[in-house]
Design a protein around this ligand. Structure first.
Ligand code: ADP
Ligand code: MG
Length: 740
C-alpha cells in the first residue's frame, strides 16, 4: 500500500466564462523514502499536482488515496487535519513570517501543533543548526538572504516531522550556489520521508532523485525510476491543538511585532473609544439633567443630594450616631431633626413674594450677591442663576422689607431684610430656598409640627379629630401659661355643650409615624373678639386668624411636638455615588430614602422621548462607528492576510487562525482603552488639564466605564469575526495567491 495514490485524478479551474484544466487523468503511487522530482515546461500542471497532493487544493475527478483511504469526500476540515499530520511545505517564495525571527518562524509551526514552549527549544535549535543558521537564530526573516530564507523554510518543514515534504521550485529564487546547497540539504532530510520536488532544473537534483516524473500539458509523459529506495511503513504523528497559553503568546507577539500596524490599530481603536464615550455621555448627561429637575409634593426640600433617614427600630437618634454619620464617606452635611427642611413658607414684601422651603443660615458661608446676615432679622435667598427676579431685579429685592407666614397664614416673623442672594443651579427656576436664622426655624417648626401628626381632642367624652369638618383647631405654644392649663377661643363654647369650657377637662391625643403622646388640660380662659388682645397680646384684628386656637404652655407643647430627632437628612457630596451611600446607611440599620428617587419629573413624557431619542442615536452611532472602523481596520489588516494564510498552510485550523486574529485585535482595543483610562485619570487629578475628556466623563459612574468597555470589546470581536469570515471563506491557497 502506497502512502499516496492517484487514480485518474483531474483538476479543473472554473473561471468566469471558461473551464481550464490544471491536469487530467493522472495515475501515480508515491511511497516513503522516495525522492520524487517533477519537471516539465511552465504551465504543464506541476504546481497544481503538488497542491492537490499536499491538500492545499481539491480535485474534481478520480480518487486520491492517503494510506489507502479515499479522500474524495474530504471537507476543508479533513484537509486541515491531513496537512497537519502529513505535509511539510516548502515554497518558491519561502512563505516565512517576515516580522518573526528565524527561531520564531520555526517555533510557530510547533506551537500551532500543540507543543509546549519548553519541550521544543532544543529541537528548534537542533534544526537551526542542521540548516546552518545558528548565527542567525534571532535575526528577523526579512533581513535574511534568499538562500538563508529557504533554509529556514526547510527547517520549518523538517521540524514538524511529517512523512511528506513537498517543495514547489524551492530554488527558483536562488542563485546557483545557494540552490545547490539547498537541494543537498533537502536530499539529506529525505532519508525516511517522501520528498516531492518540482523544478525545471533537473540537473540540480539529478544525483539525489530516486524517481523522475515529466509533465506536459496536464499529463504525465514520463515516469522513470532512477534508483531504488527502501519502502517503509510510516505512521504520522498525532498532533494536538495549540494550547491556550501559546495562543495568547502568539496573539501578543502578533500585536506588537509590526510597529506601524500596531500604532495604526491603536489610533483607530483610541478614536473609537473616545467616540463611543462621547456618544454615551450624551445619554448620561440627559439622565443627569433629568434627575435635577423634578419635585415631590410631600417634601419641600427636593435637593437631589438629600437622603432622608430614620432608624429601623423607630427609636430617636443619639449624639454618637450623628457623629458617626458625619464621618461617613461622601457626606457633605447631616441635618438633625430635619423636619424644618420641608416647611415651605411665604415671604411677602411690598414688591416681591418668595415661596419656598427653609434652611438654616449656618449651612451656607458665602453669598453670590450682597452679604451674610448679621442679626436675626436678616436672611439670604437662594435660587437658580437664570431666575429673572433674583438676577435682574436683585437690587430691588435687597431693598424690600418682608413678612414670613406659614401656609395657614400664621405669622412666623416680620420686618425681615434679604441681605444676600445665592445662585444655585440645583434649584429650579421660580423655586427659592430661604436661609434663615435658627429662631425663625423654631417658630416655623412649632406652627408646622401639628400638621405632621394626627390629633384627637376629647371634650366631654366626645372625640374630635383635627380634620373633622365641624372643628378644625390649632394648637399654639405661648409664654405665661401654666402646665395643665390653656387659653382657648370662644368658638369652642358650642362643643362644651351646657357646661362652660372653663373648668371642663380637655384631653389631647397625638399620634404620628414616630410616637404617640397624651395630655390633659383645663382651659382657664376663653377669649372672645374683645378680650383676644388682652389675653394673647396679638393685635385685635388678627382675632379671625385664631378661631379654634388652643394656646398651651411651651413645656406641654414641647412634650407634644419638640421631640428628639426621629428623622434626619443627609446631604451627599457626590450625587453620582448616592446609591453606595444608601447601601452603607442600610447596613448601619437606617431606613433611607433618597430624594432623587422620590421626585417626579416635571414633564416625564418629554424627558422620556428625549432620552429615547438619545438612546436611539447612541445605537445608530455605534453601528456607524462599527462600519467605519471595520472599513479602516480591513485596510490595515490587509497586510496581515499573508500571515494568516501562511499559518493555515502550516497546518493551523481556521478556528485557530480566527482566534489569533481576535486576540490580536483584543489586545489592541484593551491597550487603547487603557490609554484612554490613563488620560481620564490624569485629567481627573488635574495633572494635565484635558478639558474635552473632563467634560466627557463628568456624569460617568464606575458601571458606565464597564458598560462602555463591554461595548468596545464586543465591537472589536464583531470586527474580527466579520473580517475572518471574509478572509477564511477563501481557501488558504486562494488568499495566498491573491496576496503574493
Ligand atoms: P506549472 O506549475 O507547471 O507551471 P500550473 O500547475 O501552475 O503549471 O498550471 C497548470 C495549468 O492550470 C495552467 O494552464 C494554468 O493556466 C492553470 N492554472 C493554474 N492555476 C490556475 C488558477 N488559479 N486559475 C485558473 N487556471 C489556473
Ligand atoms: Mg508552478
Amino acid at each position: 500500500m502506497s502512502l499516496i495514490s492517484l487514480k485518474k485524478v483531474s483538476k479543473f479551474y472554473y473561471n468566469k466564462n471558461s473551464i481550464s484544466s490544471g491536469f487530467s487523468k493522472i495515475n501515480m503511487n508515491l511511497d516513503t523514502s522516495e525522492f520524487v522530482v517533477i519537471t516539465g515546461e511552465s504551465g504543464s500542471g506541476k504546481s497544481t499536482l503538488l497542491n492537490v497532493i499536499s491538500g492545499l487544493d481539491s480535485y474534481e475527478e478520480g480518487e486520491m488515496y492517503i494510506n489507502g483511504k479515499e479522500t474524495s469526500h474530504y471537507s476543508e476540515v479533513d484537509y486541515e487535519q491531513y496537512r497537519r499530520k502529513y505535509i511539510g511545505n516548502i515554497f518558491q517564495n519561502f512563505n516565512l513570517v517576515n516580522s518573526y525571527t528565524v527561531y520564531q518562524n520555526i517555533e510557530l509551526v510547533l506551537l500551532l501543533n500543540g507543543y509546549k514552549r519548553k519541550e521544543i527549544r532544543k529541537k528548534i535549535l537542533n534544526v537551526i543548526d542542521m540548516v546552518g543558521l545558528t548565527k542567525y537564530k534571532n535575526t528577523k526573516a526579512s533581513k535574511l538572504s534568499g538562500g538563508q530564507k529557504q533554509r529556514v523554510a526547510i527547517a520549518r518543514a523538517l521540524v514538524k516531522e511529517t512523512p511528506i515534504i513537498v517543495a514547489d521550485e524551492p530554488t527558483g529564487n536562488l542563485d546557483v550556489k545557494s540552490a545547490k546547497s539547498v537541494m543537498k540539504l533537502l536530499s539529506e532530510i529525505a532519508k525516511n520521508k517522501l520528498v516531492v520536488i518540482v523544478t525545471h532544473n533537473y540537473e540540480q537534483v539529478e544525483e539525489y532523485a530516486t524517481r523522475k516524473i515529466t509533465m506536459s500539458d496536464g499529463k504525465i509523459i514520463e515516469d522513470k525510476k532512477i534508483k531504488d529506495s527502501e519502502i517503509k511503513e510510516s505512521t504520522p504523528i498525532e498532533y494536538k491543538n495549540i494550547t491556550f497559553f501559546n495562543k495568547v503568546l502568539l496573539g501578543l507577539r502578533n500585536t506588537f511585532n509590526i510597529k506601524t500596524k500596531f500604532i495604526l490599530l491603536l489610533l483607530v481603536y483610541f478614536f473609537l473609544t473616545v467616540l463611543v464615550f462621547s456618544s454615551y455621555s450624551s445619554i448620561r448627561k440627559i439622565d443627569h439633567d433629568n434627575s435635577f429637575s423634578g419635585y415631590n409634593a410631600y417634601f419641600k426640600n427636593n435637593s437631589v443630594d438629600r437622603i432622608i433617614i430614620n432608624k429601623k427600630d423607630k427609636t430617636p437618634f443619639t449624639i454618637e450616631e450623628f457623629n458617626k454619620l458625619k464621618n461617613l464617606k461622601n457626606i457633605e452635611r447631616v441635618v438633625e431633626n430635619d423636619l424644618f427642611l420641608d416647611i415651605s413658607v411665604n415671604m411677602s414684601g411690598e414688591n416681591y413674594d418668595f415661596y419656598g422651603p427653609l434652611d438654616n443660615i449656618n449651612n451656607i458661608n458665602k453669598v453670590s450677591i450682597g452679604r451674610m446676615p448679621s442679626n436675626d432679622k436678616e436672611i439670604v435667598v437662594a435660587g437658580n442663576p437664570d431666575d429673572y427676579i433674583l438676577s435682574n431685579l436683585h437690587e430691588a429685592v435687597l431693598k424690600d422689607t418682608y413678612k414670613i407666614y406659614d401656609n395657614d397664614n400664621y405669622s412666623i416673623n416680620d420686618n425681615i431684610k434679604i441681605v444676600g442672594i445665592v445662585y444655585d443651579k440645583k434649584i429650579n427656576e421660580y423655586d427659592y430656598t430661604l436661609y434663615v436664622p435658627n429662631s425663625t426655624i423654631l417658630s416655623a417648626e412649632k406652627l408646622n409640627n401639628i400638621n405632621r401628626s394626627n390629633s384627637e381632642l376629647t371634650i366631654n367624652g366626645k372625640v374630635y379629630t383635627d380634620n373633622s369638618p365641624s372643628l378644625q383647631y390649632k394648637i399654639i405654644p405661648k409664654d405665661g401659661i401654666n402646665n395643665g392649663e390653656a387659653i382657648i377661643s370662644d368658638t369652642f363654647s358650642s362643643y362644651c355643650y351646657k357646661e362652660k369650657c372653663e373648668g371642663t377637662n380637655f384631653h389631647l391625643h397625638i399620634k404620628n409615624s414616630y410616637y404617640e403622646e397624651n395630655i390633659d388640660f383645663i382651659p382657664q380662659i376663653v377669649f372672645n373678639q374683645n378680650t383676644f388682645n388682652k389675653y394673647t397680646g396679638f393685635p385685635k384684628d388678627s382675632y379671625y386668624d385664631y378661631t379654634n386656637a388652643i394656646f398651651i404652655s411651651n413645656d406641654t407643647y414641647n412634650k407634644l411636638f419638640l421631640r428628639d430627632s426621629y428623622q434626619a437628612s443627609i446631604f451627599v457630596k457626590d450625587v453620582k455615588n448616592i446609591s453606595d451611600t444608601k447601601k452603607e446607611l442600610d447596613k448601619l440599620g437606617y431606613n433611607s430614602h433618597s430624594m432623587k428617587d422620590m421626585i417626579v419629573n416635571v414633564d416625564e413624557s418629554i424627558m422620556g422621548i428625549l432620552r429615547l431619542f438619545r438612546v436611539v442615536s447612541f445605537v445608530i452611532s455605534i453601528i456607524v462607528l462599527f462600519f467605519i472602523s471595520y472599513f479602516i481596520i480591513r485596510i490595515i489588516l490587509k497586510s496581515r492576510n499573508i500571515y494568516y494564510s501562511i499559518i493555515r498552510i502550516l497546518g493551523s485550523t481556521r478556528v485557530i487562525a480566527k482566534n489569533l486574529l481576535m486576540l490580536e485585535l483584543f489586545n489592541d482595543i484593551n491597550i487603547a482603552y487603557l490609554v484612554f483610562l490613563s488620560l481620564v485619570f490624569i485629567s481627573k487629578n488635574d495633572v494635565v488639564k484635558i478639558k474635552y475628556i473632563k467634560s466627557l466623563i463628568e456624569y460617568f459612574k464606575f458601571s458606565d466605564y464597564i458598560f462602555v468597555y463591554v461595548v468596545l470589546i464586543s465591537m472589536s470581536l464583531l470586527i474580527s469575526c466579520r473580517y475572518s469570515r471574509k478572509l477564511f471563506t477563501k481557501s488558504a491557497l486562494e488568499t495566498y495567491r491573491e496576496e503574493s
